[in-house]
Ligand binder design. Structure first.
Ligand SMILES: Cc1ncc(COP(=O)(O)O)c(C=O)c1O
Length: 390
């Protein structure tokens, strides 16, 4: 039985796989089983921010000779070290970390912490948001067709994220039943939607006034993607709770972290038993990733700034067959075509054929999240391929 047939029989999916049978990855490239080389403008969707195969992270995993597993109730030095390291870089004040296995769990924990800390049942999030695949995050999005038994009391506010939208959030929060306002500070899951500074400032202030927690989901935006270590920094935002995952281990191992202020953690007074949360190997990868960031942050972020300009100017000059709205922040890039268009989906297919991987979450929306370490030459080749397919 070939791989595609075996996958079809045994792997549960609603959509067929995209046809790329991955054999190997290196830097900005993915290689399939025939040796065909793809330029990867997705980085696994905000996972491989350092490019695939970072030597330092790989070496840390290879050199690991710690315990096979540590029960969550034990003490383990690298847990304390990682929590301290994260507390030192996030914009959350006096941060404490909950240990999780991935992004959905990190958000799930954030929601439960918020409910426990405030004693309130409600949430406000953005229309069509995505915060993970468990029922809590799905409740934020209100995917009622698929999941009828969602948390009640979830309200949503739609774009544009301007003063008027902030007013709508304010009216909801003034009801006094909302535990948390939850958003990605720059919304990757809505095609790199960038809120106005006024929206962020006002919503933050109203959260404070009404005793509502501000939960920043930085699962996708974290670790340099937006040109700063965290997207919150663009808005001088100090969230009460921040969710991290994806690039936290540079792609080497699963991990999630929910970072809350000491006050919130104390008020919540809840614990989360997660069997594989912060597994020793994942922690070794995350610590190596953070060490790498500590040593190379200035250089990486300078490259992001350079490439941000490069992608913006190339894309705005590109002749797409349909009118496009282009949004770029750091190395998060959204190209949106008109409602009802399937141009992005078709363009994504042509790109893949030509040897370039991009994401098309919606038929009219193309997103790109290249490794932050991408150089000019690879970026040029990828953008040339995109232009050739447009
Ligand atoms: C913003 C955001 N939050 C949470 C998640 C869920 O993360 P995971 O797939 O690790 O559960 C995702 C996944 O894409 C995400 O983009």
């Amino acid at each position: 039985m070939d791989v595609a047939e075996r996958d079809r029989r045994y792997v549960a999916r609603a959509e067929p796989p995209d046809g790329v049978q991955v054999a190997r990855s290196d830097g900005c490239f993915i290689f399939d089983h025939h040796g065909k080389k793809y330029i990867d403008f997705t980085a696994g969707w905000c996972v491989g921010n350092l490019g695939w195969g970072n030597d330092e992270v790989r070496a840390a995993i290879r050199a690991f000779d710690g315990p096979t597993y540590v029960h969550p109730d034990h003490l383990y030095r690298p847990w304390a070290e990682l929590a301290e390291a994260l507390a030192g870089i996030v914009p959350v004040k006096r941060a404490k970390c909950y240990r999780a296995t991935g992004g959905s769990e990190a958000v799930e924990i954030a929601l439960q912490v918020a409910m426990a800390a405030t004693g309130r049942p409600g949430f406000v999030a953005l229309e069509d948001c995505y915060h993970g695949n468990t029922l809590g995050p799905r409740s934020l999005a209100g995917d009622c067709d698929q999941h009828p038994n969602l948390l009640a009391h979830c309200h949503r506010v739609g774009p544009p994220l301007d003063e008027r939208a902030a007013g709508r959030v304010e009216r909801l929060l003034r009801g006094g039943t909302v535990a948390a306002f939850v958003m990605e500070p720059v919304v990757c899951n809505l095609g790199v939607l960038i809120p106005s500074k006024e929206f962020m400032t006002r919503v933050r202030a109203v959260c404070r006034e009404t005793g509502t927690l501000f939960v920043a989901d930085e699962v996708a935006t974290g670790f340099g993607r937006m040109g700063k270590l965290f997207a919150s920094e663009h808005f001088d935002l100090d969230p009460d709770v921040m969710c991290l995952a994806k690039a936290i281990t540079a792609g080497y191992a699963p991990m999630g972290a929910t970072v809350a202020t000491e006050d919130v953690a104390k008020a919540a007074g809840v614990d989360f038993y997660s069997t594989y949360g912060w597994h020793p190997l994942s922690v070794a990868a995350a610590l190596a990733n953070l060490r790498f960031w500590g040593q190379h942050k200035v250089r990486i972020l300078a490259n992001v700034a350079d490439q941000e300009e490069n992608f913006r100017s190339r894309l705005t000059g590109m002749k797409f067959a349909e009118p496009a709205s282009i949004r770029v922040m750091g190395l998060a890039i959204g190209v949106e075509f008109g409602d009802g268009s399937d141009y992005a989906a078709k363009l994504g297919d042509r790109c893949r054929e030509a040897g370039l991987l991009v994401s098309t979450e919606e038929d009219n929306l193309l997103t790109m999240y290249p490794p932050l370490t991408i150089d000019r030459e690879v970026a040029r080749r990828g953008l040339d391929l995109l232009e050739g397919c447009a």
